[in-house]
Design a protein around this ligand. Structure first.
Ligand code: PAF
Length: 290
């Protein structure tokens, strides 16, 4: 990685402005990392920025609350928007460019193209959030083509999203390395997420039960227990902790998201469940470390 003087953070809203900067960095031999976000930044995002810094000379963070990945009854309008606060966080984290495009510039009148996947999006969150992953795949493809980074980083909390984006980049020959970064957790194990802001204090106290349950299930499967039995036990303990309902607790192979069969232990336990007005998701690797 070439060293150079740290620029202070600038906000760019148009693709041409972004491309000019990236072109001049690349001309100087600097490598570029992209960290796409929807804002409402928390410490998990800061860790993504730090990792990006460690791997590239220049870091671009994006903030765009992407309408096409929200369903009609989801939280698009309620999703927290706090760009001024996010700017401070990114500035402190040493990010070089904040790319924050407008919805009109991302989806101008007449926009009609979308990136659609099969298979990987038919499981876990896919059937429960129809169109969600096509919206994610489309906007991330656009951001990758707009910024043309060497690497792009995504958190493993949204593990299915990470697998989808890796597939899209490979299938469409987008010249970028997609890097997964381990989930950052609160002291009690709750995965950091912008949607944790929806939890009341009581719900916040109940929320770590999700991680605790899938971690216990992963440990049992690693010891040879049937995945089906282990995930049923996990569901019971999530409901007992006060969650309103469960979308799934499921065991899947990490690369293909194919169902894990009895006797297979190389995979992950995935869960999505509702607590108050928040829908929380989490996943853990099945390994000796759980
Ligand atoms: O994970 C997110 O914040 C979003 O899904 C992403 C990757 C920024 C696309 O809008």
């Amino acid at each position: 990685m070439a060293s150079s003087v740290q620029d202070s953070l600038v906000t760019v809203r148009d693709v041409e402005g972004l491309r000019q900067r990236v072109r001049s960095w690349k001309k100087s031999g600097l490598s570029v990392a992209l960290v796409p976000t929807m804002g409402a930044l928390h410490h998990g995002h800061v860790v993504l920025m730090e990792q990006a810094h460690a791997m590239a000379d220049r870091v671009i963070a994006t903030i765009f609350v992407n309408p096409s990945q929200f369903g009609p009854h989801e939280d698009f309008s309620a999703y927290p928007r706090q760009e001024a606060r996010d700017f401070e966080i990114l500035d402190k984290a040493g990010v070089h460019v904040l790319f924050a495009p407008t919805a009109e510039s991302m989806y101008p009148p007449g926009f009609t193209t979308s990136v659609k996947l099969a298979g990987l999006t038919d499981v876990l969150c896919g059937p429960l959030r129809p169109g969600h992953f096509n919206g994610v795949a489309t906007v991330v493809t656009k951001l990758l083509l707009q910024a043309q980074p060497d690497i792009a980083l995504f958190g493993e909390k949204d593990f299915q999203q990470l697998v989808v984006i890796q597939r899209v980049a490979a299938d469409l020959n987008i010249p970028v390395d997609i890097i997964g970064v381990a989930t950052v957790r609160e002291h009690d194990g709750l995965a950091m997420s912008s949607r944790n802001a929806y939890l009341t204090p009581d719900e916040r106290a109940q929320a770590p039960a999700l991680y605790c349950a899938i971690r216990t299930a992963a440990g049992k499967i690693h010891q040879g227990e049937d995945p089906k039995g282990a995930t049923e036990e996990a569901k019971a303990s999530i409901l007992a902790a006060g969650f309103r309902s469960i979308d799934y607790v499921d065991t899947r192979q990490a690369k293909t998201l194919a169902l894990l069969k009895r006797g297979e232990s190389l995979g992950r336990v995935f869960a999505a469940a509702h607590l108050g007005r928040a829908r929380l998701i989490d996943n853990v690797e099945i390994s000796e470390n759980v």
